[in-house]
Write a protein that binds this ligand. Structure first.
Ligand code: ZN
Length: 82
């Protein structure tokens, strides 16, 4: 019986340090891209039952993405004194 090793995915534990490092490294390698793109890249080699949740959690910690996704500060200026 011949086993196709290219189709075998590596199972990642959900809350493990290695999983977090792999997600962080992929996030930086793909230039701070979104969850869907990272999931597509990671699912070619790895499998994790809660991959989307882990990606969202690790992406939300990225300060660069937080800065890019932040809303503008729209404050109405106080009226000038007469
Ligand atoms: Zn980022």
């Amino acid at each position: 019986m011949e086993c196709n090793t290219s189709a075998a995915l590596i199972l990642l534990p959900a809350e493990h340090f290695i999983t977090k490092r792999l997600i962080h490294q992929t996030h930086l390698r793909l230039k701070h891209t979104g969850v869907k793109t990272m999931m597509g890249a990671l699912r070619t080699e790895f499998w994790n039952r809660k991959m989307r949740q882990a990606l969202k959690r690790e992406t939300s910690k990225c300060t660069r993405c937080q800065r890019l996704d932040s809303r503008h500060f729209d404050e109405i200026p106080a009226p000038l004194p007469m």
